[in-house]
Design a protein around this ligand. Structure first.
Ligand SMILES: Nc1nc2c(ncn2[C@@H]2O[C@@H]3COP(=O)(O)O[C@H]4[C@@H](O)[C@H](n5cnc6c(=O)[nH]c(N)nc65)O[C@@H]4COP(=O)(O)O[C@H]3[C@H]2O)c(=O)[nH]1
Length: 900
């Protein structure tokens, strides 16, 4: 119940209580004291007057009390209203008071002032206020008021613009409340404040404008901007970041980037604590320009530069700026490549369109001598040597201007004045419109190349050791000489010179010594001939001298050639000082003439070779002219070689066996000697075909055949009680022995024929053993391990010293038949034989003498201590059947009867 209703009810109750008491008590009281009715009526009238007086007094009293109370309340209210009005006005806000029913309004002094009026100047009605509202705000404001009054919300507030006295507009915040309603509940009074918010509105607008400005900037910035929170990762970002990282908005928000790998500039893994965002948050400082490689699942790498700054309002967040530097990095690396390319071995100069030098590289300086500083601003003509004329340059520029490029060799001048050959390429650089902006010259110094070319030419035509023309140049000159001899009808000669015993020198003193000898020989040869003649090194220890302009008569020409040959012999015969050694050498010369008769170069060289071969054969240190008979021999040789190739498969070889006996002529072994039964020539002696086989490598299959046949023979012998201890000697040639698998071959044969290896004796010659002593020892030792025996054949003809012999695992020395032959008559042979036998004894080796033909020879040998013999005296080499027949005889007959 409302306050005023309660008050009215209280008054009514007091009045009702008094009236009821009066009615019920006053009549009873009068009736008890007044008994007559006249007096009673009279007193009842007086009682009525009293009632009126008392009730009036009561009403007066109650009304007075109530009014007094209302007045006090109102006064209090007024006072409090005044106080808050004062407070509000003091705070700068205006106050208003409005009766919605009467539209009467009160606007405080401050209210008026805010919009430029003096107190009471503004019409005191609500409608006057409405009339001053901004047209854009009016409807909104009225609907807010309407809404407030009907919705009975507690507080009304609205912002609007109101026209000031001077016509300007001010933003006002009006706040108020309904303070009373009439008995029907209709709004009776609204009061409120009126604050000037114009400045706030301006500020807000500014903020909004700024916000929009920054937002737009954020959106269109080509660099990625993001807000990173140390816990939640990227919380806000602009579209550029999505574009740079190539990730969708959702992906960024879901943290898909966590799956990526991050790289340092050196491509190594970057840890999270190195990220600029996390560092900026942790260290609370700006972290700038950290280069990060973002490696995605696809393997693609995006290179970024990231800066981060902590946010002052949130210590766990920062703003990061991400720039895509992938292209820049690419460009930088291309730039590095370009810079490196610019600094190549080739000189580079760049000019402007007017041919003024702008830049040169280090190689340019190295080649020309001009530094970059000296070259800049100059015309490249600075390098001109004067060797090319004006028309050369005009052709060059014509080419550049039409085709855009010129390339060629040119002579230029260095800063020090030296003129040098150069390879130059000039390229015109054009802009988009086809206008020349620059010229680029690339130059390389050809000085060294030319020298190298010269050197290569020298290598191609000259022997590097002796500096003499080589085979190629000789043949070239021979061709010219032959043509010239035809033209001039003269004779020329080719001398083929071979140094005697050069191989022995090389083997004994080593190759460097051999080289020194060759150099000295070359000098002597050159000084032995005329200037126009050619001295060449043909290969190894072979030299060829080409002589021209001899007499047209071949005999005279031959004697002229012989004279030169003699001069050469004389020169080469002189002792050589090689290092500290004095060396005496001789040579063999093969000569042939050439003239107008048509001959091929090959033929001519072959003739000279054959002649030289003949000279060697004839005892060395001689000059031999080629003659056709000689050629015939060679032809035969070649044919023989062809036949030899087929000999094995045609089963034309046979082994003959020659008995070996002891002092009492008791057979203890044999030597296997090969025989070739040629279908046309009959039996060919090994002396004829073994050297040929050695030259052509045919000795390898032949030698193997001999070994295998010998092993097969041993196998048979060892199973026969009478021959079980028989040792079979087999000749082994140098080439055969030097085969890398020779030991294996022997071992396999021993195994294959299951022979006692000690029954196989390999005969080696001195010269082949000393060729490479270390390898020889290794091979011999390996064979020795197998149990094979060794005999040193032709002993005494070579150069073997005791020192070498000691190192060889030999079993036997074989005295060469040349010493045996004259032993009865030649004291020196006897001495040699004695020495050989003494040597063998001192080395604990057996000795056997070969070629023993007479009793006398045997006697002499026996007297010197030789106990084993081989020779026609005991038996010639014979086929196996014959051998075994006579062997049987000798084994069952007295020893002396073992003759063939
Ligand atoms: N005047 C004379 N000569 C005698 C006498 N006793 C033996 N001869 C001969 O002297 C040579 C001894 O063989 P060689 O010094 O190893 O010399 C052998 C050997 O170096 C080589 N030769 C023979 N067969 C083979 C073979 O199977 N392989 C190899 N690599 N060389 C072989 O051929 C050379 C010549 O062999 P042959 O003509 O068979 O000549 C044999 C033999 O018939 C004699 O009392 N008086």
């Amino acid at each position: 119940m409302k306050k005023e209703s309660r008050l009215a009810l209280r008054l009514a109750l007091i009045y009702a209580a008094f009236g009821l008491l009066w009615i019920s008590l006053s009549d009873r009281f009068l009736a008890s004291v007044i008994t007559d009715s006249a007096s009673l009526t009279k007193f009842q009238t007086y009682k009525g007057f009293c009632y009126v007086v008392i009730t009036s007094a009561l009403v007066y009293f109650l009304a007075k009390q109530t009014m007094k109370q209302n007045f006090l309340t109102e006064e209090k209210l007024h006072d409090s209203e005044e106080r808050w009005k004062f407070a509000l006005e003091g705070a700068g806000d205006g106050v208003w008071d409005w009766n919605p029913q009467t539209d009467e309004a009160f606007f405080s002094k401050r209210w008026n002032e805010i919009i430029g009026y003096t107190e009471h100047e503004f019409p005191a009605t609500g409608s006057a206020w409405v009339a001053h509202l901004h047209p854009d705000d009016k409807d909104r404001v009225l609907s807010v008021i309407q809404g407030y009054l009907t919705d009975s919300r507690e507080i009304y507030d609205v912002e609007y613009r109101i026209r000031c006295k001077d016509g300007s507009w001010k933003w006002i915040l009006a706040r108020g409340m309904l303070v009373s309603r009439d008995v029907y509940g209709k709004p009776l009074r609204m009061i409120g404040t009126h604050s000037d918010i114009t400045q706030r509105k301006v500020d807000e607008e500014l903020v909004l404008k700024n916000l929009e400005k920054w937002k737009k900037l954020f959106d269109i910035l080509p660099i990625g901007v993001s807000i990173v929170n140390s816990k939640n990762g990227i919380v806000d970002f602009n579209p550029s970041l999505e574009a740079i990282l190539g990730i969708s908005k959702e992906g960024l928000l879901q943290g898909d980037y966590d799956n990526w790998e991050y790289l340092r500039t050196d491509n190594t893994h970057m840890d999270a604590d190195e990220f600029p965002s996390l560092r900026a948050i942790k260290e609370q400082r700006v972290v700038k320009d950290v280069v990060i490689g973002v490696k995605k699942e696809s393997g693609d790498i995006i290179w970024t530069s990231v800066s981060a700054a902590p946010l002052s309002y949130d210590s766990n967040s920062c703003v990061t700026v991400t720039t895509d530097i992938t292209k820049r990095k690419q460009f930088e690396s291309e730039l590095r490549v370009s810079a490196t390319a610019f600094e190549t071995q080739e000189g580079i100069l760049i000019t402007d369109e007017n041919n003024v030098m702008l830049r040169t590289n280090a190689a340019f300086t190295a080649i020309t001598g001009y530094t970059n500083k000296e070259a800049i601003g100059q015309n490249p003509r600075l390098l001109s040597s004067g060797r090319q004329n004006a028309s050369f340059y005009s052709a060059m520029w014509k080419a550049i201007n039409t085709t855009g490029v010129w390339e060629g060799e040119i002579w230029n001048r260095r800063k020090n004045g030296e003129i040098y050959p150069e390879h130059l390429t000039v390229t015109a650089v054009k802009d988009r419109n086809g206008m020349v902006t620059n010229y680029v010259g690339v130059l390389s110094d050809l000085t060294q190349r030319k020298a190298a070319e010269e050197k290569i030419e020298n290598l191609a035509f000259f022997d590097p050791l002796t500096k003499l023309p080589n085979r190629r140049l000789l043949l070239d000159r021979l061709k010219q000489a032959m043509a010239s001899a035809t033209r001039s009808v003269t004779n020329g000669a080719v001398l083929f010179i071979d140094l005697d015993n050069f191989k022995a020198l090389n083997d004994t003193y080593g190759h460097p010594m051999g080289d020194l000898l060759l150099q000295q020989v070359a000098k002597r040869l050159v000084s032995s001939v005329r200037d126009g003649d050619t001295v060449s090194r043909f290969g190894g220890d072979e030299f060829v001298v080409l002589l021209e302009g001899f007499d047209e008569n071949p005999l005279d020409a031959a004697s002229q050639a012989e004279t030169v040959g003699e001069q050469i012999f004389a020169a080469l015969r002189q002792p050589y000082l090689i290092g500290t050694h004095e060396y005496h050498g001789t040579s063999s010369i093969g000569a042939t003439l050439f003239n107008d008769k048509q001959q091929s170069i090959d033929e001519l060289m072959k003739q000279a070779d054959i002649a030289m071969y003949q000279a060697k054969k004839e005892g060395r240190n001689v000059l031999r002219f080629f003659d056709p008979q000689m050629q015939e021999t060679i032809a035969k040789r070649t044919a023989l070689e062809g036949d030899l190739r087929k000999a094995i498969e045609n089963h034309q070889f046979q082994l003959h066996y020659q008995i070996q006996v002891d002092e009492s002529r008791h057979p203890f072994g044999a030597e296997a000697l090969i025989r070739w039964f040629h279908p046309e020539h009959g039996m060919v002696s090994p002396d004829q075909f073994i050297p040929l086989a050695e030259e052509s490598d045919l000795i390898l299959p032949i030698g193997y055949w001999v070994l295998e046949t010998a092993c097969a023979r041993i196998q048979r012998w060892q199973h026969d009680a009478k021959t079980s201890g028989f040792v079979l000697s087999v000749n082994v040639s140098a080439k055969q022995f030097r085969q890398t698998d020779f030991v294996n071959q022997v071992q396999s044969l021993i195994q294959q024929y299951e022979i006692n290896p000690s029954l196989l004796k390999l005969e080696l010659t001195e010269s082949m053993l000393l060729d490479n002593i270390e390898d020889t020892i290794a091979t011999m030792s390996a064979l020795k391990e197998l149990g094979v025996k060794f005999s040193l054949d032709d002993f005494g003809t070579g150069y073997s010293s005791l020192q070498y012999l000691k190192r060889l695992p030999l079993d036997q020395l074989k005295i060469d038949q040349s010493f045996v032959r004259d032993i009865a008559v030649d004291a020196s042979d006897r001495a040699i034989v004695r020495t050989i036998i003494a040597m063998a004894h001192s080395l604990d080796l057996d000795v056997i003498a070969e070629g023993v033909e007479t009793e006398e020879q045997q006697k002499h040998l026996s007297s010197k201590g030789c106990k084993n013999f081989q020779g026609y005296l005991f038996g010639k080499p014979v086929p196996i059947e014959q051998f075994e027949t006579s062997l049987r005889k000798s084994l069952f007959q007295p020893a002396d009867s073992c003759h063939e």
